[in-house]
Design a protein. Sequence first.
Length: 222
Amino acid sequence: MVDLARQAGFAELYGLVEELHFRRQNQRCCLKDYGLQAQLKTLIHLIHRYGDRQVREGKPDQRILSDLKKASTHLNQIEPRGLLKRVPSTLHVSWPELLTAFGLVVGEQRLWSSLGSRLRPLENYLQMQRFLYFLFTRRLLRSPEEQRYKHVLEEWELDQLGQDRRGLSDWTKRVPLLPLQSQKLLLSPELLYDDLLVKYIELALFSENLQTTGHLYVAEQR
């Protein structure tokens, strides 16, 4: 799979991001489609790591994509684990709704009383997620021609956050934007959403621990 990924480039990477986006729009985040979506996400990360990141015109090489999907067929059997194990079967929450829910938990007084300034990374992370949602939805209002590369950001666009990105916390740095060449970034709403979902579940469990025990435990220890 690594050898195949080295043959791929931006067109194939972008094509997989688009495919994942359309699958999520049609199938949502559900158990019956979890394996196929996990396969696409794995291929996205694989090509991003080993393929050519230079943004170029051109259509994806369907032979390469077909060979990659055949080589990764076993990933279709992946099932959600850990905190995500029961979520996809009941999840019907949009990206903005999840952002709102995350913000409500971050704003709970008991978390601030217990963690104080250590919650600042969560606020930074939420701010970045909201801003990326705004950037992506703004692209959807453009003409079809202008939407051609709606998943691609210029690094300067992030400067609109109004802060030094080099000083962002580790949580914010882990927002899954995929760096490309020529100071560009690949934005996948699905990678952002799934990252937000996991962190929301963790934070909600932390908050629940505080409410029931008065102490903060690691979610994995529950």
